[in-house]
Write a protein that binds this ligand. Structure first.
Ligand code: SF4
Ligand code: SF4
Length: 337
């Protein structure tokens, strides 16, 4: 099968809203990126969700919305928020879920309202996935995908690669033969929430291992007709570096009103925007925006600040690779899309 491969460039003409409507979750994954101390532990009322969605969409013709948590289906008003977002005019709506699909969410929404249900699975086997995400998650997630597909929804899967499961990424193409899936996302373990804690060193994957495994697997899965997206992570010296904070409009919104433009900042009070009495205002203090403008040979400034040990140098001040923005993605898929 002929394949295309491309880097998805940032666009200032679209807005992407990553809307954490609560931070509560029924699971306790070992690498959970949520940090309630920084992001709040409440959940947003339907009125607040609608107001904020209106403000964030603004006049953008192209506005993409991703509902997140915690586990967003634990929010009893998710279905109403989806309907409200459709009315407001969001171009695409995705619900990220761990697969438990609470509150009969598949019965309360339709494939016309939700573009994708995106499931998180971190292993090709029950042992590996449940070792990371908790007992019973593997079966629940797989059955959730089948149920969603059975109701006509498009489904995608997010596989967060860490040292605990990179050995099973290569098994995913065989596993996916049995799953009704429309897209596959590979993520790299971040340094946020629990992954930034004492487990950090244990979870990280070396650059060599990442490069060796990810592209091969992505090509195989794309060869099965399933488009795959994965973070670029490393840039060659001749590739241009861009910070999404400067070149795109991404808003990572949390229940305490904080709005970040860079996900790597979410563990720190570095948000550049916040909701105050239902107005989106600039924070007016030293914040992530002050970092976006810094031009360093290593590429991403936040990466250098929070995980300098991942950088490799040819000589002092000359990095082997630039680290790409964590939001820069590669896409590979069948040519006939
Ligand atoms: S990673 Fe997601 S599913 Fe796992 S505990 Fe955190 S919010 Fe819940
Ligand atoms: S990850 Fe780095 S490059 Fe991307 S928005 Fe954040 S600071 Fe900018």
């Amino acid at each position: 099968m002929q394949q295309f491969k491309k880097t998805v460039s940032f666009s200032a003409n679209a807005v992407n809203v990553f809307f954490h409507i609560l931070t509560r979750c029924n699971l306790s994954c070992r690498h959970c990126y949520i940090n309630p101390e920084q992001q709040g532990s409440g959940s947003l009322s339907p009125e607040v969700m609608e107001k904020w969605l209106n403000i964030l969409k603004g006049g953008h013709m192209n506005a993409n919305l991703i509902f997140l948590g915690g586990e967003p289906t634990l929010h009893p008003d998710l279905a109403d928020a989806i309907k409200a977002a459709r009315k407001i005019g969001y171009t695409s709506i995705t619900v990220d879920t761990n697969g438990y699909l609470f509150h009969d969410i598949l019965e309360k929404t339709t494939p016309e309202e939700v573009d994708f249900f995106s499931f998180s699975l971190d292993g090709a086997t029950r042992e590996t996935n449940d070792g990371i995400r908790g007992k019973g998650c593997f079966e629940t997630c797989v059955s959730g995908i089948r149920k969603a597909k059975g109701k006509g929804f498009s489904t995608s899967l997010i596989y967060t690669v860490s040292s605990l499961n990179i050995h099973e990424l290569e098994k995913m193409p065989f596993f996916l033969e049995k799953l009704p899936l429309d897209r596959f996302f590979i993520q790299v373990i971040g340094i946020r929430g629990k992954s930034a804690g004492p487990l950090n060193r244990e979870l990280q994957v070396s650059g060599e291992k990442w490069l060796d495994t990810v592209l091969k697997t992505a090509e195989k899965i794309a060869g099965m007709g399933i488009p795959v997206s994965y973070p670029k992570v490393f840039l060659n010296p001749n590739e241009p570096f861009q910070c999404a904070g400067k070149a795109a409009k991404n808003y990572f919104v949390f229940p305490n009103g904080r709005v970040y433009q860079c996900p790597l900042c979410e563990d720190f009070p570095l948000h550049s925007l916040e909701f105050k009495e239902h107005h989106l205002v600039q924070t007016g203090k030293i914040n992530e925006m002050d970092l976006f403008g810094l031009d360093i040979p290593e590429g991403c400034v936040m990466n250098k600040l929070i995980q300098p040990e991942n950088l490799d140098y040819l000589s002092p001040g000359v990095p082997k690779y630039k680290i790409a923005c964590c939001l820069l993605k590669e896409e590979i898929g069948p040519e006939n899309r």
